[in-house]
Design a protein around this ligand. Structure first.
Ligand SMILES: *[C@@H]1O[C@H](CO)[C@@H](O)[C@H](O)[C@H]1NC(C)=O
Ligand SMILES: *[C@@H]1O[C@H](CO)[C@@H](O)[C@H](O)[C@H]1NC(C)=O
Ligand SMILES: *[C@@H]1O[C@H](CO)[C@@H](O)[C@H](O)[C@H]1NC(C)=O
Ligand SMILES: *[C@@H]1O[C@H](CO)[C@@H](O)[C@H](O)[C@H]1NC(C)=O
Ligand SMILES: *[C@@H]1O[C@H](CO)[C@@H](O)[C@H](O)[C@H]1NC(C)=O
Ligand SMILES: *[C@@H]1O[C@H](CO)[C@@H](O)[C@H](O)[C@H]1NC(C)=O
Ligand SMILES: *[C@@H]1O[C@H](CO)[C@@H](O)[C@H](O)[C@H]1NC(C)=O
Ligand SMILES: *[C@@H]1O[C@H](CO)[C@@H](O)[C@H](O)[C@H]1NC(C)=O
Ligand SMILES: *[C@@H]1O[C@H](CO)[C@@H](O)[C@H](O)[C@H]1NC(C)=O
Ligand SMILES: *[C@@H]1O[C@H](CO)[C@@H](O)[C@H](O)[C@H]1NC(C)=O
Ligand SMILES: *[C@@H]1O[C@H](CO)[C@@H](O)[C@H](O)[C@H]1NC(C)=O
Ligand SMILES: *[C@@H]1O[C@H](CO)[C@@H](O)[C@H](O)[C@H]1NC(C)=O
Length: 629
């Protein structure tokens, strides 16, 4: 009956079965939806949750969208920041993450938006105006595999220009940790689906029909990948070796295969992909032709871009009749944007049951975890407004701007990004400086002047790398910690606050050593020249007479230099100390592929078979005609 039934069942079943090895956790989020619901196939969708901001809307022509979760959407207007995220707590593990995108003129602007999507800090999709192939009107699914190390899946959306990103639904399904050769790609790789085809004339899997795929995958019909559709072989006998860990390819995949009837003619599939990436290409075969009765009757080569990747494949000899045979080849650093797969006959005709082309993206470099923690603490503590887009990783992906006001650089060891400069002056921030601020051990300058920051300084604040600190025109209270006068500090503005107590020698000494210090307009500061003597209760912490004498001379000498030269000096010094920032990982543009190889799901979950409609335009109507429901 309904398309998603089996998916729902297997997910439930896994909780109690030995199949738990390939994952038992799933979250289905109806972005923009107000209510939890279960559909007719007992799939439980959650009301929209876990997002950092944005607003909700409905598609304008709901009849175009057969499934409830496709009809509402979340969008992120630029007024709420350039970067917004979903943060979903999930058990550590490997996940298939599937997203549904639709525009459908929900805002009456007739402009499908341009935006990027990242998963765990790595850009995975680029949507660009205009969306092609009717995907703006009917929507498109896309999926990928990623390892979630930190127990929180972070999926972020980044506006291009002033466009508002949109998302219709978001699914996370746990899969086997070892799926798709994870042991060789490593846990830092993200595998993006560039086209998962069944070499038959029909699409199947969740969203298309009720065929079980224990990996939650849907399989596209292959006709859009070849201009010479071959004859179809179908088998009603069981195929051995399907549904086994870690990939659980479904038996259905091997039950329809294509073969070439003419002698000496290859089967050719072409994919439009992006250059300079690595691709895993998985081939799925089974000898399901009962006319093949011995080894040597069907022998062929498998080639990728004219390179033989498997020579003399004889399925009967290798695995026997009706037995799944899967083979993968990794193509590294593809030159050019096309990937041509041919099955070249040696004896008899070649045969193929399915192909998956998966880009292997190395995860982008991310912010040092300690510093990211500090930045999130700062965001909360200072009530940083939504419009500043302080969501997800502060620095990653490197293709995007860091959080507003934040400058990141590559850490000296090249393994992570660190925060080196922050200018959050005059942003209406209120609250206190969190203790975690001291974790920002690479911070060279911080300007948070002209806000409403109150409370004391975190202990030991200023130690480390800070060269320039401007917290003037706030409501800071309490004493200045001696750490503020660290040897590196060159420019310190704490004027116009509510600071009190003795000024540490080290702080006053900044001026003596040619730096700049401004402590004016703090009612309670005392104990250094030009400020009142400290009351008795402070006395023992005040300055020694000798130090005072030195300082007075120093101040007199330094005054002119301070006023005139401080800025220049600091600018130079900052420049010297800046890290050399090169983008560690520049992903190629991935715009076209997505639109070419989108997976537009067609079937009506209520059970009406719409398989023929998955062949776009073949019958003279647009690809999704579920509207007739
Ligand atoms: C799946 O759909 C087919 C045809 O629509 C039907 O015959 C079959 O019973 C369904 N299977 C399940 C498990 O619902
Ligand atoms: C939806 O279900 C989740 C988990 O079962 C629950 O935490 C949440 O409160 C529910 N939301 C609504 C709007 O009912
Ligand atoms: C869905 O769940 C309900 C209650 O848990 C049950 O009665 C019903 O049979 C289930 N339907 C399907 C299609 O599994
Ligand atoms: C979307 O449509 C649903 C059902 O028709 C309705 O309850 C909801 O309020 C709509 N949402 C918006 C944002 O208009
Ligand atoms: C779009 O236009 C239609 C018809 O003019 C109107 O009913 C609808 O409220 C508009 N939607 C938005 C989001 O402006
Ligand atoms: C298998 O052999 C039979 C009898 O020769 C023939 O009719 C049929 O077309 C063959 N099938 C395939 C797939 O070649
Ligand atoms: C198949 O590959 C082998 C090894 O690369 C090669 O020697 C042979 O000529 C190929 N056969 C065909 C038909 O291309
Ligand atoms: C899969 O992993 C094995 C062992 O690590 C390796 O030999 C093989 O080349 C990998 N296959 C692909 C397609 O990456
Ligand atoms: C990929 O190939 C291009 C030229 O085709 C080369 O410049 C680049 O260094 C290669 N990258 C890697 C990672 O091998
Ligand atoms: C992050 O930065 C802290 C403080 O500099 C350092 O101790 C830690 O080793 C760094 N972590 C990583 C993963 O580089
Ligand atoms: C901090 O920012 C304010 C407002 O933009 C600016 O006036 C001030 O000069 C900055 N402080 C430093 C040390 O650059
Ligand atoms: C698929 O092919 C089979 C056998 O050639 C045919 O009976 C069926 O109608 C085809 N289905 C579609 C959707 O074209």
């Amino acid at each position: 009956m309904a398309g998603l039934l089996v998916l729902g069942l297997w997910l439930l079943g896994l909780l109690h079965s030995s199949l738990a090895a390939h994952g038992d956790y799933h979250v289905l989020i109806d972005c923009g939806g107000y209510h939890n619901f279960s559909n007719s196939v007992n799939q439980t969708w959650m009301a929209d949750n876990f997002f950092s901001g944005g607003a909700v809307a409905n598609v304008s022509i709901p009849q175009n969208f057969p499934r409830q979760q496709e009809r509402s959407l979340r969008y992120f207007p630029i007024s709420q920041g350039k970067k917004n995220c979903y943060d979903i707590n999930v058990p550590v593990g490997r996940y298939m993450i599937q997203m549904f995108f639709a525009y459908n003129n929900y805002d009456n602007m007739s402009h499908s938006p341009s935006f990027d999507v990242s998963v765990e800090g790595t850009v995975v999709f680029n949507w660009r105006f205009p969306w092609s192939d009717d995907s703006d009107n009917y929507g498109a699914y896309s999926d990928l595999y990623a390892f979630i190390h930190d127990g929180s899946a972070t999926i972020c959306f980044y506006s291009i220009g002033t466009d508002a990103p949109v998302i219709g639904s978001l699914e996370l399904l746990q899969v086997d940790d070892a799926a798709y050769n994870a042991s060789s790609t490593g846990q830092n790789a993200i595998l993006v689906n560039y086209g998962r085809i069944s070499a038959g004339n029909s699409s199947f899997g969740p969203g298309y029909d009720n065929v079980t795929d224990f990996g939650g995958r849907s399989w596209e019909a292959d006709d859009t990948y070849t201009n010479n559709v071959k004859a179809l072989l179908t088998s009603t006998r069981n195929v051995v070796g399907a549904n086994v860990e870690p990939n659980y390819w479904p038996e259905k995949l091997y039950e329809t295969c294509r073969y070439e009837q003419l002698p000496n003619v290859p089967i050719i599939y072409s994919y439009l992909v992006d250059a300079k990436l690595d691709y895993q290409i998985w081939f799925h075969f089974a000898e399901i032709d009962p006319n093949v009765t011995a080894a040597g009757q069907r022998v062929f080569n498998v080639t990728v871009n004219n390179v033989v990747v498997l020579a003399g494949l004889d399925l009967f000899q290798k695995v026997g009749l009706d037995t799944a045979f899967d083979f993968a080849y990794t193509l590294r650093n593809l030159t050019g944007g096309s990937l041509v797969i041919s099955l070249v006959p040696q004896v008899g005709s070649p045969l193929i049951c399915g192909i998956e082309v998966i880009a292997v993206l190395q995860a982008d470099i991310a912010t040092n975890v300690t510093e990211a923690t500090a930045m999130h603490a700062l965001k909360t503590s200072l009530n940083v407004p939504e419009r500043m887009g302080w969501n997800g990783d502060p620095c990653a992906p490197t293709e995007w701007d860091a959080w507003e006001g934040v400058t990141c650089n590559l850490a000296a060891d090249g393994s992570s990004l660190v925060i080196t400069h922050m200018n959050i002056a005059d942003q209406g921030l209120s609250g206190v400086l969190p203790p975690e601020l001291t974790y920002l051990s690479h911070l060279i300058s911080l300007n948070a002047s002209s806000n409403k920051i109150s409370g004391p300084f975190p202990a030991t604040f200023g130690e480390g790398s800070l060269v320039s600190l401007d917290l003037s025109f706030n409501a800071l209270e309490g004493p200045i910690p001696p750490s503020m006068g660290s040897p590196r500090m060159q420019h310190l503005r704490l004027n116009n606050n509510r600071l009190a107590g003795p000024v540490p020698e080290s702080v006053y000494a900044i001026g003596v050593h040619g730096g700049y210090v401004n402590l004016a307009d703090n009612q309670g500061l005392c104990g250094v020249p030009s400020l009142p003597d400290c009351p008795y209760k402070w006395k023992h912490e005040g300055m020694s007479p000798a130090a005072k004498a030195v300082l007075i001379i120093g101040v007199l000498l330094a005054a002119a230099i301070i006023v005139g030269g401080a800025y220049v000096y600091i600018q130079r010094r900052k420049a010297q100390e800046d890290y050399n920032f090169n983008l560690p990982h520049q992903l190629v543009e991935r715009t076209k592929w997505y639109q070419q190889h989108k997976m537009t799901k067609q079937a009506d979950p209520e059970g009406v078979s719409m398989i023929q409609s998955s062949i776009p335009n073949r019958f003279g109507f647009s690809s999704n005609i579920a509207a007739r429901e």
